[in-house]
Design a protein around this ligand. Structure first.
Ligand code: SAM
Length: 174
């Protein structure tokens, strides 16, 4: 598996706090290494880092990233998720060939600027209907990793023990 990072474009702190947090937590839960957000948002950084501190892993968050040079100069394959792109089933074999070391997955919030379509290595549709960046990211990461993303061990001091009913959580600090 390559190291996977997310680039989140168009985040509006007052409107998108919840959904951008979900993009970050979904990325983390499915094995990505970090997220870069184009808009500065310290509160978003704090809430994602708080999950990482409790539940583990080495997921990074950086906000206020100048996305144009970042995307253009990224050393690895970049995958822009868009409903207008090549269907995921047709694109995945080529993505697997190209994305050996590092991969950047780009997701938008509102309308995505045209440069993103031009500069990304791949423009991929998770189906070609409009839905959500969280859903698109989750399906893409799960299919790309062939289910392995969800088997990642996070080694946090808080651990959920799967059970058929109710909740079992171990907290090693207690
Ligand atoms: N209307 C916007 C546009 O034309 O770019 C898209 C808004 S959508 C709510 C936000 C993001 O969700 C998109 O930028 C894209 O990354 C992702 N998304 C939504 N539907 C998708 C699909 N079918 N396949 C891949 N990504 C999708």
């Amino acid at each position: 598996m390559p190291e996977i990072y997310i680039l989140r474009l168009g985040h509006r702190p007052e409107r998108d706090k919840r959904i951008t947090t979900h993009v970050a937590l979904t990325a983390r839960a499915l094995g990505a290494r970090g997220i870069y957000v184009s808009t500065p948002d310290k509160e978003l950084e704090r809430s994602v880092r708080s999950v990482v501190r409790r539940f583990g892993g080495d997921f990074q968050i950086t906000t206020g990233v100048k996305w144009k040079p970042f995307l253009k100069e990224f050393e690895g394959a970049s995958v822009h998720l868009t409903m207008y792109g090549t269907h995921i089933d047709d694109a995945l074999p080529r993505v697997r060939d190209v994305a050996a070391d590092k991969m950047l997955i780009v997701v938008g919030a509102e309308k995505v600027p045209p440069e993103v379509y031009q500069w990304s290595t791949f423009n991929i549709g998770v189906g070609n209907q409009p839905h959500s960046e969280v859903a698109a990211l989750a399906v893409f990461l799960d299919r790309f990793s062939q289910g392995e993303g969800l088997r990642h061990d996070f080694d946090g001091h808080m651990k959920v023990l799967p059970c058929e009913r109710g909740k079992k959580v171990v907290n090693d600090t207690q």
